[in-house]
Write a protein that binds this ligand. Structure first.
Ligand code: FES
Ligand SMILES: [Fe+2]
Length: 335
């Protein structure tokens, strides 16, 4: 049997918009999870996400739909729907059609939350209710941290590949030019995965100058975490602090939308700020180094691994819990 496979879209919480990109009264079409959807922010400020197509004659609510108070009005014949997917008004009919009367849900409404300056929807292929929560990240709503700076990319790959990259230790040397293979302590805790890395960084003195003699070093820490397949975050600390939230959202089973959101403490000194900016540049440029590999590779369900490869098998076992059809477990049984 050929040792390649296609993986489906895993379930989880996925970022579909940054908060600042959706103002009250705004309506936008969305395409994620191989689905057409509509996102809107009600006049009261709540973000809502529905399947796109109107139950009446099938218009896409994301193209020309308008916010009407807490509802969205269809662009075709102005029927109004709530963010929960119930029909609230058929403006020109004497009677509500029975299929949508009495608060019956007639459009699928995605569980939606707003946290960490982002709007998240819960995707499950069988529309099962959320099994865990979006992790709240204090750095993203603290006055002591700067306004966010963001990067984003859309490219062809499966979401598991971008996640696997972080524990593929050897590629850091050959793709990203690292001096050695980073070794981290990894913990798997249910839907979350955490890794802790220690390295040496040049000392930054109180006046903000950086040691250039190559003799003064301090331990620098990187803590990376994942919460399901769609939410990750990284904390750099020790010599300087920087925080990044990464979100990965599948457009389909071979396209992902990746967003990096950075913030740093407002009170960094000049040297710490310089190092923080260098880290941000480096993290962002790594994506561009990985991208040509991701875009053209195949997925090997039974890879030939060696002892320097990092915890790829454990990662896959952890990630397989997010496949509703058991895809990942089939791989390990076959191995
Ligand atoms: S198609 Fe939406 S109201 Fe007619
Ligand atoms: Fe990489």
């Amino acid at each position: 049997m050929e040792n390649t496979a296609k993986l489906p879209i895993p379930f989880g919480w996925y970022c579909v918009s940054l908060s600042r990109d959706l103002q009250p009264g705004e309506v936008k079409p969305l395409h994620y999870f191989d689905k057409e959807m509509v996102i809107f922010r009600t006049d009261a400020g709540e973000a809502k996400v529905l399947d796109a197509y109107c139950p009446h004659l099938g218009a896409h609510l994301g193209y020309g739909g308008k916010v009407a108070g807490e509802n969205i009005a269809c662009p075709f014949h102005a029927w109004e729907f709530s963010g929960e997917g119930t029909c609230e008004l058929v403006p020109y009919a004497k009677n509500m059609p029975p299929k949508v009367a009495n608060g019956k849900q007639c459009i699928y409404a995605y569980p939606t939350v707003e946290k960490n300056q982002a709007i998240w929807v819960w995707y499950h292929p069988e529309q099962i209710a959320p099994l865990f929560e979006v992790e709240d990240l204090p750095e993203l709503h603290s006055n002591d941290w700067t306004e966010i700076s963001t990067y984003e990319w859309t490219f062809h790959s499966h979401i598991q590949e971008t996640a696997e990259n972080g524990c593929d230790a050897a590629h850091f040397m050959y793709v990203h030019g690292s001096q050695d293979v980073p070794k981290g302590e990894v913990r798997h805790e249910g839907f979350q995965r955490h890794a802790h890395f220690v390295s040496q960084a040049p000392e930054i003195f109180e006046d903000g100058s950086i040691d250039t003699t190559g003799t003064r070093f301090r331990e620098s820490y990187l803590d990376t975490s994942s919460n399901g397949p769609g939410q990750t975050w990284q904390r750099f600390s020790g010599v300087f602090e920087t925080f990044m939230m990464g979100t990965v959202t599948p457009l389909d089973d071979n396209t992902v939308h990746l967003r990096f959101v950075f913030t740093q403490p407002k009170d960094l000194n000049a040297g710490q700020d310089l190092m923080s900016q260098a880290v941000i540049q480096n993290v962002a440029s790594q994506v561009e180094q990985d991208m040509p590999i991701w875009e053209h590779k195949v997925y090997r369900p039974q890879p030939v691994l060696c002892d320097g490869d990092g915890p790829i098998s454990q990662f896959r076992k952890w990630f397989s819990q997010f496949y509703a059809d058991g895809s990942g477990t089939k791989d390990s049984k076959a191995a």
